[in-house]
Design a protein around this ligand. Structure first.
Ligand SMILES: Cc1cc2nc3c(=O)[nH]c(=O)nc-3n(C[C@H](O)[C@H](O)[C@H](O)COP(=O)(O)OP(=O)(O)OC[C@H]3O[C@@H](n4cnc5c(N)ncnc54)[C@H](O)[C@@H]3O)c2cc1C
Length: 398
């Protein structure tokens, strides 16, 4: 069955896209979905259905199938401003899975599922992490073995978000062919969740509503559900993760905007030693420093939007690690400035936001893995070294 994409409600015009998003996110019913998700710790499928129905994904995913970065920035930053890290992450993971299907899904079946996801009729997630391997993706052990014209997928995934409500999961697996197996044989498959066993969602420290859960599988899928054949999976996954990391950086900048604005309001209202907290230079300048860095980070993301060719594995890794670490600093300082209210769950959401942003230092690639990607492109400046550095040598003694 082919799913109709609601193109009549979609638009490539970024101003109209932002206005539509703002309208949807301001709706009382949308706010209630997000607040309920924060309370129950369960990702709301209805948010994907709503965004799909309203043509939000359709506006992003027009032809040609390249991601509209400006739309990604607008979507992720706005979700970040809602202060619900789990929901925001689930939305960007769904969108990043669409990105992979749109760019690399060759079969009619994969394209059809991408259309369903764009229409909000199918929820997607991506899973690579296993109990024995997370950062080291070439150490994964779950396999895809050719069988009866299709593939037998066997193994487990430790974390798939939000698998309890997902219809399909992009699985990173070792593609074993003709008894041959090597570390660089990663393949990607799209597996219907109905064929997998999804475990109970983990109780995470933060971003609770992301609903991350383990999945086990020993199932057969047809060949047309293969997204990337063995040996190409890591490259395709890295491309998809670049989209995800850019979106996470934007989401964090949105969350920082919310936290800093609320904190400045607090500083102007709360008095200490006869004056507003804002009048204490030590506090005011700390917040100004953070706001300045958040503003500069937003400008950096906008410059990637202006030059989409600049978005690659390296720049997206740099954007995510830098934004997330800044986000951790922002949340920690904002929480601190709220004093005791910052640590009381019943009084302020600061503690929840602090925990949410910490999750992003692990999910989507840890700081260290992202710095390794940046390190791989570091170039020595030998010409200036030779010109400027004159280290004393023993033979210089006369
Ligand atoms: C909220 C949340 C949701 C998630 N959702 C998903 C999901 O949907 N799909 C999915 O596939 N995964 C998901 N993950 C898992 C996440 O991608 C992994 O946890 C992450 O990649 C790290 O893998 P690991 O947990 O195995 O840690 P490890 O790889 O064991 O790393 C442990 C620590 O050692 C460091 N380290 C490891 N190797 C090196 C090295 N060579 N040099 C320096 N430091 C190193 C790491 O940076 C880390 O700090 C999620 C995680 C979180 C927190």
């Amino acid at each position: 069955m082919t799913t109709t994409i609601h193109t009549e409600t979609s638009t490539s015009d970024i101003a109209a896209f932002k206005a539509r998003l703002d309208r949807i996110l301001a709706l009382e019913s949308t706010r209630r979905i997000i607040e309920d998700a924060e309370v129950t710790g369960a990702f709301p499928r209805s948010i994907i259905e709503l965004l799909g129905r309203e043509g939000i994904f359709a506006a992003k995913w027009q032809d040609p199938p390249v991601p509209a970065l400006e739309h990604t920035l607008a979507l992720a930053e706005r979700f970040g401003r809602l202060g619900a890290g789990g929901v925001a992450s689930g939305v960007t993971l769904h969108d990043s899975a669409i990105a992979m299907l749109r760019r690399f899904g060759r079969s009619a079946r994969l394209r059809e599922i991408a259309d369903q996801a764009i229409a909000g009729k199918a929820v997607l997630c991506i899973s690579a992490t296993e109990a024995g391997a997370g950062s080291d993706m070439l150490g994964l052990s779950s396999t895809a073995i050719a069988e009866d014209g299709g593939f037998r997928l066997r193994g487990h995934k430790k974390m798939a978000s939000p698998s309890p409500v997902a219809d399909y999961i992009v699985l990173a697996l070792r593609g074993v062919e003709e008894g041959h197996q090597s570390r660089d044989d990663l393949a990607l498959f799209l597996a219907p969740t109905s064929q997998l066993r999804v475990g109970k969602a983990f109780d995470t420290v933060g971003a609770r509503s992301i609903s991350t859960a383990p999945v086990h599988f020993d199932t057969w899928v047809p060949a047309d559900l293969m997204i990337a054949r063995p040996g190409t999976g890591l490259a395709v996954l890295s491309w998809g993760l670049s989209q995800e990391r850019f979106a996470v950086a934007a989401q964090i900048i949105g969350a920082c905007h919310l936290a800093l604005g609320v904190t400045v309001a607090r500083m102007k209202r709360r008095k200490s030693f006869g004056v507003a907290l804002f009048d204490h230079q030590a506090l005011r300048l700390r917040i100004a420093d953070l706001q300045a860095r958040v503003d500069m980070m937003r400008l950096a993301l906008n410059s990637l939007v202006a030059d989409p060719a600049g978005l690659n594995v390296r720049s997206s890794a740099a954007a995510k690690v830098t934004a997330v670490r800044l986000g951790c600093e922002v949340m920690s300082e904002c929480m601190h400035i709220f004093g005791s209210s910052g640590v009381l769950e019943m009084e302020t959401p600061l503690g929840r936001w602090w925990r949410d942003v910490k999750m992003s230092r692990v999910g989507g690639g840890t700081d260290e893995m992202l710095w390794e990607i940046v390190a791989a492109g570091l170039e020595p400046d030998d010409a200036n070294y030779d010109r400027l550095v004159h280290e004393w040598q023993p033979e210089d003694v006369v």
